[in-house]
Ligand binder design. Structure first.
Ligand SMILES: Nc1nc2c(c(=O)[nH]1)N[C@H]1C(S)=C(S)[C@@H](COP(=O)(O)OP(=O)(O)OC[C@H]3O[C@@H](n4cnc5c(N)ncnc54)[C@H](O)[C@@H]3O)O[C@H]1N2
Ligand code: MOO
Length: 414
């Protein structure tokens, strides 16, 4: 017997694997760059390849507190005479005398006349006489100049998002400032007469506007500037005015609500009049009604009003668009297989992103269960989740015990 189709699906809906590349073709990376000080560079995207100006490390140095010496000298006697000191920042500058060693600290330069370091715990000091347990090989405990990188080697490539490690790497190669892509601005607002801002009282039939806050959180994680235009009433002229203000101040205009077929769903209509609508509706659940287009020079994304739908469409569609516009290369989404521990009810017709909890069982195997009810208005299903179970478009009901595809939330959602 044929499984019952998703009643909200119909044959015109495009699979996200087809639709997302088409949408990506319609946006371009920003060409604008600027130079920022390194302490302002966190989260920004590198606009140039960077080569090291230095060998790394820049000089031979000790990886241990101990003594530096010539390994060959230990063949005559395991006791060497202390000739001086090399501390980090204070190199030893004396001449080499056979049968000598120097006291050396971690990170201090190993003078060219010595080739090996022994850690303090494998030595014995008696005044200026140091008895050393011979290490296995010449060069032990010496971090050689250039062993990590040679001057001129490429260190970071254009399109890298600068995270904590990159901040440190840039400092290591002496970069006090860095050229990055211009930070994008996203203007956003919610539409709906039922929406009230937090901090106000609710009259019958009203709810708090939550989408603006989840979207704000996502935009902050995405590393863009944002312009919050608040809640706009279900009024064509108010929406038109908001569109114009948003599009003249931003690279992307993001709205939530009003993209379906209801009597007060004006977003698509005004977009059609003021700009261009190039795409609407995708075979995904939640998030089927998603509007895409152009508004002046800005890219327009109209997210569905249901709170989970707006987050899922942001994550699956808006995020890759923003990443491309910011100058990032395509970011692959990671997927793992896990065993479903509770059954899933699903109609064939749309790819479903079921909010889920991925964990390891006592045997160390990955297992996954949904967060429970999957209504697209139930935002707690997102806050409880650490992953999506991705159910293929034509999949129907699925029993516990099945291996399913799971996408753990990336840094944008966690
Ligand atoms: N006849 C049809 N009706 C609906 C369809 C359909 O295909 N045919 N699709 C449904 C699906 S799927 C979705 S998703 C929604 C999307 O509708 P809209 O984008 O027009 O959103 P609204 O109608 O404005 O709101 C939907 C829902 O979400 C609540 N909402 C809206 N904005 C916010 C906000 N900022 N914070 C919190 N909650 C918000 C709103 O009160 C509604 O409950 O359409 C279905 N209908
Ligand atoms: O696509 Mo809607 O987002 O199912 O609720």
């Amino acid at each position: 017997m044929q499984a019952k189709q998703d009643p909200c699906s119909h044959p015109g809906l495009m699979h996200p694997d087809q639709a997302i590349p088409k949408l990506l073709d319609q946006v371009q990376p920003t060409a604008d760059t600027e130079v920022v000080q390194l302490n302002q560079a966190m989260g920004r995207i590198l606009a140039e390849d960077l080569a090291s100006m230095l060998d790394l490390p820049p000089f031979d140095n000790s990886s241990m507190d101990g003594y530096a010496f010539r390994l060959a000298d230990l063949q005559q006697s395991s006791t060497l005479k202390l000739a001086g000191y090399s501390f980090a920042g204070h190199p030893y500058e004396g001449e080499y005398q056979p049968g000598t060693c120097i006291r050396i600290m971690t990170g201090a330069p190993v003078p060219a006349c010595y080739d090996t370091v022994q850690m303090q715990e494998k030595t014995q000091a008696d005044g200026e006489l140091i008895t050393i347990e011979a290490p296995d090989a010449t060069g032990t405990n010496v971090r050689g100049r250039g062993e990590e990188l040679k001057a001129g080697d490429k260190v970071l490539v254009k399109g890298t998002r600068i995270g904590a490690a990159e901040m440190g790497v840039l400092a290591t190669i002496g970069q006090s400032q860095v050229r990055v892509y211009r930070q994008l601005t996203v203007a956003f607002f919610s539409t709906g007469d039922e929406l009230r801002p937090v901090g106000s009282d609710l009259a019958p039939g009203q709810i708090y506007d939550s989408n603006r806050y989840s979207i704000l959180g996502l935009l902050q994680k995405a590393g863009v500037n944002w312009l919050d235009l608040g809640v706009i009433a279900d009024d064509p002229e108010a929406i038109r005015a908001a569109f114009l203000e948003a599009s003249s101040n931003a690279d992307m205009v993001l709205t939530s609500g009003g993209v379906s077929v209801g009597d007060a769903d004006y977003t698509k209509q005004i977009l059609d009049e003021e700009g261009e609508i190039t795409f609407w509706k995708m075979a995904i659940k939640p998030g089927k009604p998603f509007a895409f287009g152009k508004l002046g020079d800005a890219v327009f994304c109209g997210l569905p009003g249901n709170p989970v739908s707006s987050m899922v469409t942001f994550y699956k569609i808006v995020m890759p668009l923003l990443q491309k516009m910011q100058g990032l290369p395509p970011q692959p989404s990671l997927s793992v297989k896990a065993t479903l521990t509770s059954p899933i009810r699903k109609h064939p017709g749309r790819v479903e992103y079921q909010r889920a909890i991925l964990s390891r069982n006592d045997q160390g195997e990955l297992e996954v269960c949904t967060t429970g009810s999957q209504g697209s208005g139930m935002l707690t299903s997102m806050s409880l989740a650490n992953s999506f179970i991705v159910m293929p478009q034509m999949q129907g009901d699925t029993p516990a015990g099945t291996q399913v595809d799971v996408e753990p939330f990336n840094e944008i959602l966690s």
